[in-house]
Design a protein around this ligand. Structure first.
Ligand SMILES: Cc1cc2nc3c(=O)[nH]c(=O)nc-3n(C[C@H](O)[C@H](O)[C@H](O)COP(=O)(O)OP(=O)(O)OC[C@H]3O[C@@H](n4cnc5c(N)ncnc54)[C@H](O)[C@@H]3O)c2cc1C
Length: 573
C-alpha cells in the first residue's frame, strides 16, 4: 500500500453545493482542495429538483420577515432565530449571485426569475401561500452544482475525486488534516491543511425507504463524532410526503407547488381536513403524517399509498415545469402523470440535525459554544440550526449556499493567522491498520444483510410515529447489529475500486448514527416537527424547547434555543 502526504491551505470534504460554494469563496488567494468519494458532479445536491427560497418578490409581494416567520414556524420553533435571520436576509443576494455565475433559472412572462409555491411558504405571517421558490424547471440542484463546479475549475481548485475520507487528524488541539483512501489506486494518503470543512451531506440511506442517493451514508457526521465532537438534534429526520411508491424516489414538492393535489382511495382531497388554510402545501411533517393516518384508517390504496394527482394541470404545464419528474414516473412505473395519478408515500429525505456550528461554520465542541479549532462544517451535515425540528422545502439549498460561503470566508481568515507545521504519520498508520484488520476479518456475517436489517429496523422504530417502547427496542436491536458487524468478512481483497471495503466502513458509520438518532428520540419526551411521539403527542416547550447534544460515549446534554423575533405558538396550517 503506497502512501503520500500532501499539504493544502484548506481542505473541503464534499463536493455538493456547500463544499463547492465554500471553495469558490476562498479559492482566489488560497490553495484549496476538495475531496469527494463520488465524482464531484454526482454529489446528491445534483438531484435537487424543486428550487431555492428567496423573498425576491418577482411574482407577488414578499418579505424576508415572512420568510423568517415561515422558517421558524416550519421548524416548530426549534430553529435558532439569529441564524434563520442571517439566512433569509442573505437569500436574495444568493439568487442574483447564482444568476451572475450563469445559473439558467426559469423565467416568468416579463423575463425575471420565476418563482413558485412550496410547502409552508406563506405571505403575511401565514395568511396564504406565496410564490418564493426560485427554480430551473425541476433540475435546480443539477444546474447550480454544475455552475459552481465550473467556478471551482476556473479558480483552479484541486479536486481529489473518488477519494474516501477515513479519519480526521487532530494534533496539538487543532484539526489539521484528513486521511483518505484513493478508490482508484487503493493508496492511503494524508492530506494536511490549515483548516478543514466537512460538507459531506446527509444520511438518508440509514432508512429503507429514502429519496437519498447511495452516497448519503452520513460519514462526515460520524467522523466528527469519532473525533470527539457532539451531534445535535439527530432525532429530527424529515420524511418527504411524496416518494414514488414503491421506490421512495422523490417526487418534488414542486408538483404540489404547481397545483398537484393529494387524494385518498375515496378520491377525497384529504389535506383539507388536516390543513384547511394551505391544504396540500402544509409543512412536510404535517402532510407525511396525514398520508400515514389516511392509510392507517383504511382510506389508502392497498400496499399503503395515496395518489398525487397532476392530471388537471394539462400536458403543457406538466412538461414545462415538471419534466424530470414526469419522465422518471414514466420510466420507473410506466405511468403517465399527464393522464393518471402518481402513487406516493412518505420517504426519508433529510436530516435536520448534524454537527453543531456557529453562523460562520465553526464547529462547536459543547453547549457553551467552545470552538473546535481548525474544523468547520456546512450544508446538510451541519446543524446551525436553521431548520430546527422540520425543514421547509427549498431552504436546504439556501442553507448550503449561505453557510457554505460564510464558512469559506471564516476559513480564509483563520488560516491567515496560523503557521503550517508538518504533522505526524501516526494517523496514516492507524488507517492502514484499520484497513488491514478489515481485510483479515473472518466471520459469517454479510454487510448487505446487516444493512438491510438496520434499514428496516429504523423504518419500524424511528420513522414517522415513535414511542418509548419502540425506540427502546430499536436501540437494543441496533446495538446487536453493531456487534454482528464485527463478524463480517470482506470477500473482495482487490486494490482497485473496492466498494465492498468502502461499504463496510460506511455501514459502521450508519450504525453509530442510527444509535445516536434512536437515543436522541428516546430522550425527547414530546412531539415537535418531524419527531412525533405517540406516547407524548403534544409539544412541551417548558421542558423541551432545547437542542439535544449527544456526546461520544452517548452522554446526552441540552442547549437553549435562540429565540429573537417569534415566540413559540401553536402550529396551525
Ligand atoms: C432527491 C432530492 C431532492 C432535493 N430537492 C431539494 C430542493 O429542491 N431544494 C432544497 O433546498 N433541497 C433539496 N434537497 C435537499 C438538498 O439537496 C441537500 O440537503 C443538499 O443538496 C445537501 O448538499 P451538501 O453540499 O450538504 O451535500 P451533498 O450534495 O450530499 O454532497 C455530499 C458530498 O460529500 C462527499 N462525501 C461524503 N462522505 C465522504 C467521505 N467519507 N469521503 C469523501 N467525500 C465524502 C460526497 O462525495 C459528496 O460530494 C433535496 C434532496 C434530495 C435527496
Amino acid at each position: 500500500m503506497i502512501s503520500t502526504n500532501f499539504q493544502h491551505g484548506i481542505i473541503i470534504v464534499g463536493a455538493g453545493l456547500a463544499g463547492l460554494r465554500a471553495a469558490v469563496e476562498c479559492a482566489e488567494n488560497t490553495d484549496v482542495a476538495i475531496v469527494s468519494k463520488v465524482l464531484p458532479t454526482r454529489s446528491h445536491s445534483g438531484a435537487a429538483q424543486g428550487g431555492v427560497t428567496a423573498a425576491i418578490g418577482n411574482e407577488e409581494e414578499d418579505r424576508w420577515e415572512w420568510h423568517m416567520f415561515d422558517t421558524v414556524k416550519g421548524s416548530d420553533y426549534l430553529a435558532d432565530q439569529d441564524a434563520v435571520e442571517i439566512m433569509v436576509r442573505d437569500a436574495p443576494r444568493v439568487i442574483y449571485e447564482l444568476e451572475h455565475m450563469g445559473v439558467p433559472f426559469s423565467r416568468n412572462g416579463d423575463g425575471r426569475i420565476a418563482q413558485r409555491y412550496f410547502g409552508g411558504h406563506t405571505r403575511d405571517y401565514g395568511k396564504k401561500p406565496v410564490k418564493r421558490a426560485c427554480h430551473a424547471s425541476d433540475r435546480t440542484g443539477r444546474v447550480v452544482l454544475d455552475t459552481l463546479y465550473d467556478q471551482c475549475l476556473r479558480h483552479k481548485v484541486k479536486f481529489y475525486p473518488e477519494h474516501y475520507v477515513l479519519s480526521l487528524v487532530h494534533e496539538d488541539g487543532r484539526y489539521v488534516g484528513v486521511v483518505t483512501y484513493d478508490l482508484s489506486s487503493g493508496d492511503i494518503n494524508l492530506l494536511a491543511a490549515g483548516a478543514l470543512l466537512l460538507a459531506t451531506g446527509g444520511c438518508g440511506r440509514i432508512f429503507k425507504t429514502t429519496s437519498n442517493g447511495f452516497a448519503s451514508t452520513g460519514d462526515g457526521l460520524n467522523l466528527a463524532h469519532m473525533a470527539g465532537l457532539p451531534l445535535m438534534d439527530m432525532e429530527f429526520i424529515q420524511f418527504h410526503p411524496t416518494g414514488l411508491y414503491p421506490l421512495g424516489i422523490l417526487v418534488s414538492e414542486a408538483a404540489r407547488g404547481e397545483g398537484g393535489i393529494l387524494r385518498n382511495s375515496l378520491g377525497e382531497r384529504f389535506m383539507e381536513r388536516y390543513a384547511p388554510t394551505v391544504k396540500d402545501l402544509a409543512a412536510r411533517d404535517v402532510v407525511s403524517r396525514a398520508i400515514l393516518t389516511e392509510v392507517q384508517q383504511g382510506r389508502g390504496f392497498e400496499g399503503g399509498y395515496v395518489h398525487l394527482d397532476l392530471t388537471h394541470l394539462g400536458e403543457e404545464k406538466i412538461l414545462e415545469k415538471l419534466w424530470e419528474i414526469t419522465s422518471f414516473v414514466r420510466i420507473y412505473l410506466g405511468i403517465d402523470p399527464v393522464h393518471e395519478p402518481i402513487p406516493v408515500y412518505p420517504t426519508c429525505h433529510y436530516i435536520m440535525g448534524g454537527i453543531p456550528t456557529d453562523t460562520e461554520g465553526r464547529v462547536l465542541r459543547d453547549e457553551s459554544g467552545t470552538i473546535a479549532k481548525g474544523l468547520y462544517a456546512a450544508g446538510e451535515c451541519a446543524c446551525v440550526s436553521v431548520h430546527g425540528a422540520n425543514r421547509l422545502g427549498c431552504n436546504s439549498l439556501l442553507d448550503t449556499l449561505v453557510f457554505g460561503r460564510r464558512a469559506g470566508l471564516a476559513m480564509k481568515e483563520d488560516i491567515a493567522k496560523i503557521e503550517h507545521h508538518p504533522i505526524s504519520d501516526e494517523p496514516l498508520e492507524k488507517a492502514k491498520e484499520l484497513i488491514g484488520s478489515l481485510f483479515d476479518n473472518k466471520g459469517p456475517e454479510k454487510i448487505d444483510i446487516i444493512r438491510r436489517n438496520m434499514q428496516s429496523l429504523m423504518m419500524d422504530h424511528c420513522s414517522l410515529f415513535r414511542s418509548e417502547d419502540s425506540l427502546g427496542t430499536g436501540l437494543e436491536e441496533i446495538r446487536l447489529l453493531k456487534k454482528r458487524l464485527k463478524n463480517i468478512e470482506i470477500v473482495n481483497k482487490g486494490r482497485y475500486f473496492n466498494y465492498e471495503l468502502m461499504e463496510a466502513i460506511e455501514l459502521g458509520h450508519q450504525l453509530d448514527l442510527a444509535e445516536v438518532m434512536l437515543l436522541s428520540a428516546f430522550r425527547r419526551q414530546e412531539s415537535r416537527g418531524a419527531h412525533f411521539r405517540e406516547d407524548y403527542p403534544a409539544r412541551d416547550d417548558n421542558n423541551f424547547l432545547k437542542h439535544t447534544l449527544i456526546f461520544p460515549g452517548r452522554e446526552v446534554r441540552y442547549k437553549p434555543v435562540a429565540v429573537t423575533r417569534f415566540r413559540p405558538e401553536a402550529r396551525v396550517y
